[in-house]
Design a protein around this ligand. Structure first.
Ligand code: FAD
Length: 386
């Protein structure tokens, strides 16, 4: 049973501070050169050119072995880099999933050939990956997926439909979840397999789904009798559920779960001025203390990952608290900066633009990567409450 929140010893070493300064200097130079515009949430913004520059700095695949194009750095060093990229609102989406999830998945379950083929390309910022888990009737209940892979000579034939697939239209590969054995109500988590799919293979159709802000970031991806060769199975056939459980801790522990509206907070501090009344000052002060606490928790989880520990329950807790924080920022900003204050801001102040975007994106924060109800179920089970 889970009886306490495990936090790794925090190491605030000098080399981490030096690295932080190096990343900040890079980002300042890029911003000044007009390479990107600061957004409330940079990990929704896709820019392959920018990702290649990040790769050239050695900041993709940082913890992976050198033989696969990695840099053999610690999870804490990776944490510092990703936190700075996100805090700056830099456009990191192109490489994000490949770096955060797909690479670690291949390192733990992929074949030697898969590691040699994909990891160096990912670390060089040349190969981008999307995740094909959700389906029209299977999001939270991933075990109910219906996309079916049938064994044929030399591989598998896949038919089914994936939805909400972020950046499938720009990715090279999909990490596909498909059912390779008939659904069995008593063993719901068995018989799911992960595959590496090239998105330009015949039989795959990718269509846009526009989000609330009118942006095209997610898609519907239809598989119509698509052939997948045997060497594209990740890990063991039928073991996909267990494999993905470890992957989800990487997905939920990071600062991307509470730095989605950080740009709005910074602009709020700049735009609201020094003459805040006590109630507004308290609102902002509370946000800053939550920010600091989330930073410490996430950094600690990076420390656990560094020790080879998978903090699944703790990651669920950070994601749930972080999602709330991401929604609290735009709400507080709206209360502090009333319509009339916002109308008076100079044209060059991007507060209004940032806040409008954050408000439109905020509903999605507690859905993607696992809904709040599901995370609380995981936490409750960890605490022995269910
Ligand atoms: C911006 C964004 C990007 C996304 N990107 C991707 C992607 O790249 N790849 C991908 O595969 N998916 C992606 N998703 C999908 C996302 O992971 C799913 O939407 C999410 O897992 C929820 O599934 P659902 O939409 O089917 O909702 P449902 O599972 O139908 O849930 C609806 C509601 O019911 C609640 N609920 C469901 N089951 C239970 C239960 N057992 N107990 C208590 N409450 C329950 C849920 O918490 C939720 O509030 C993305 C979603 C968003 C919003």
């Amino acid at each position: 049973m889970f009886t306490s929140f495990s936090l790794a010893e925090l190491e605030n070493a000098e080399h981490l501070e030096r690295l932080r300064e190096e990343v900040r200097a890079f980002l300042r130079a890029e911003l000044e050169a007009g390479a990107y515009t600061r957004e409330p949430s940079g990990w929704d913004r896709y820019d392959a050119g920018f990702s290649r520059k990040v790769a050239a700095k050695g900041w993709i695949g940082m913890t992976w072995p050198k033989q696969y194009g990695g840099h053999e750095k610690s999870s804490l060093e990776r944490y510092v880099v990703t936190e700075e990229l996100l805090a700056a609102g830099a456009p990191v989406r192109a490489h994000w999933l490949a770096d955060r999830q797909f690479g670690p998945l291949l390192l733990s379950c992929g074949s030697e050939d898969q590691k040699r083929t994909y990891l160096p390309r990912i670390a060089a910022g040349e190969c981008y990956v999307c995740v094909g888990m959700s389906e029209p009737d299977s999001g939270s209940d991933l075990a109910s997926i219906k996309t079916k892979a049938t064994k044929v000579d030399g591989g598998w034939r896949v038919t089914g439909r994936k939805v909400w697939t972020s950046y499938a239209h720009k990715a090279h590969l999909m990490n596909l979840f498909a059912r390779t054995a008939p659904f069995d109500e008593k063993n719901r988590h068995e018989g799911v397999t992960q595959f590496i799919v090239d998105l330009d293979w015949p039989g795959i159709t990718i269509s846009p789904i526009y989000n609330l802000a009118g942006d095209h970031d997610f898609n519907e991806v239809v598989f119509d009798d698509v052939f997948i060769p045997d060497d594209r199975v990740i890990g063991e056939v039928g073991n996909g559920w267990k494999q993905v459980s470890g992957e989800l801790a990487h997905e939920r522990a990071g600062s991307e779960r509470w730095l989605n509206a950080y740009g709005v907070l910074v602009h709020l501090l700049d735009s609201a001025g020094a003459d805040l009344d006590r109630a507004d000052a308290e609102k902002i002060g509370r946000l800053v203390t939550h920010l600091w606490t989330l930073h410490r928790m996430s950094f600690s989880l990076a420390g656990l990952l560094n020790q080879g520990i998978t903090p699944a329950v703790e990651a669920a807790l950070v994601k749930d608290l972080g999602n709330q924080f991401d929604q609290d920022i735009p709400e507080a900003a709206r209360q502090v900066m009333q319509e009339e204050d916002r109308a008076k801001l100079p044209d060059e102040d991007r507060f209004n633009e940032m806040l409008d975007r954050a408000l439109l994106y905020a509903p999605s924060y507690p859905i993607r990567g696992g809904t709040r109800e599901i995370l609380r179920g995981i936490i409750a089970r960890g605490l022995g409450l269910r």
